[in-house]
Design a protein around this ligand. Structure first.
Ligand SMILES: [Mg+2]
Length: 307
């Protein structure tokens, strides 16, 4: 790399990433996909003023969340990470904070055993972090794999991300537990491996909110999902509806034709795994929520989808 501020910044990032960055130096990254496995690729953009605000999070938290959003999509495919590429488009006003952003990206990648294998740096009018992740799996989990009779499970406890955001919008400090869910959610990569190995065959991660993601599963699989609203795992201070509409949780919804060993999962990961409903045959894809056998609105807006 030659002289200049851009290269200085790249050098600063590589120094901070250390062992987390691997195989850089050529025009492209070379990765080995384990024999018999399939390549899984996903990309995700985080845009200032759309996905985050500078005054709400540290540069490291912004980087961490952007990388986690991408890694969470690998989790949703039950894929193991092979590598991450990070494209940063930055205004001059952000230049001093880019090493901090890189710290957060590096932390998210390292925590999931994902090497950073490439990237790009350019100028723009707003900070944009475009994170591409590559992974592999023998049998990637799909949204379209839900079948009638499947039990529906969700990892973790929902609603914290929305409560933190609401507090910030009111100009208040979020509850620390809610703040951790908003600023520091882990991608459920290892959890997804366990769930797939134990029978889960359809998965999706919660970026838009439980209710919305259930809608995507139902539509992709052509089934009706019946949810017991009383079983939705709710963070302290939230409600079933608050939990169902809380976005960017990065927890997983999985369905399985066999009962999953909830206690074994919780022992392994120190994380809740909750059965919240069941899939049924239907003429039209739908998500229906009940509380004590009475239909309730989970904030989905509508219950039916055109396929
Ligand atoms: Mg997703």
């Amino acid at each position: 790399m030659g002289p200049g501020r851009e290269f200085d910044l790249v050098r600063a990032m590589l120094l901070r990433w250390g062992e987390a960055a691997q195989g850089l130096g050529d025009d492209g990254a070379i990765l080995d996909v384990p024999a018999g496995e399939r390549l899984v690729v996903s990309t995700d953009s985080s845009v200032e003023h759309v996905h985050f605000r500078r005054e709400w999070m540290s540069p490291a938290e912004i980087g961490y969340r952007a990388a986690t959003a991408a890694l969470s999509d690998l989790a949703a495919m039950a894929a193991r990470p092979l590598g991450m590429l990070v494209a940063i488009s930055t205004p001059v006003s952000w230049l001093d904070d880019i090493p901090g952003v890189a710290d957060g990206v590096g932390e998210a990648a390292s925590s999931q055993g994902c090497p950073i294998v490439g990237g790009d740096l350019s100028r723009s009018s707003e900070l944009v972090l475009a994170v591409t992740v590559l992974g592999s799996a023998i049998a990637p989990a799909r949204r379209s794999a839900v079948v009638a009779g499947d039990s529906i499970y969700v990892t973790g406890t929902l609603g914290g991300s929305a409560l933190a955001l609401e507090a910030l919008e009111r100009g208040e400090s979020p509850d620390p537990e809610h703040w951790m869910r908003f600023a520091h959610p882990p991608a459920r990569i290892r959890e997804a491996q366990w769930l797939a190995a134990n029978g889960a065959h359809a998965m999706i991660d919660i970026s838009d909110g439980l209710a919305s993601e259930l809608g995507h599963l139902a539509a992709a699989s052509g089934v009706e999902l019946r949810i017991d609203a009383g079983r939705i795992p709710v963070v302290r201070g939230s409600t079933a509806r608050g939990a169902a509409t809380s976005s960017e949780e990065y927890e997983l919804i999985v369905t399985s034709p066999v009962a999953l060993d909830v206690a074994a999962f919780e022992r392994e990961f120190g994380l809740r795994l909750t059965a919240i409903g069941r899939a049924h045959d239907a003429d039209r894809p739908a998500v229906l929520a009940f509380r004590d056998d009475v239909r309730v609105d989970l904030g989905l807006g509508h219950d039916h989808f055109t396929s």
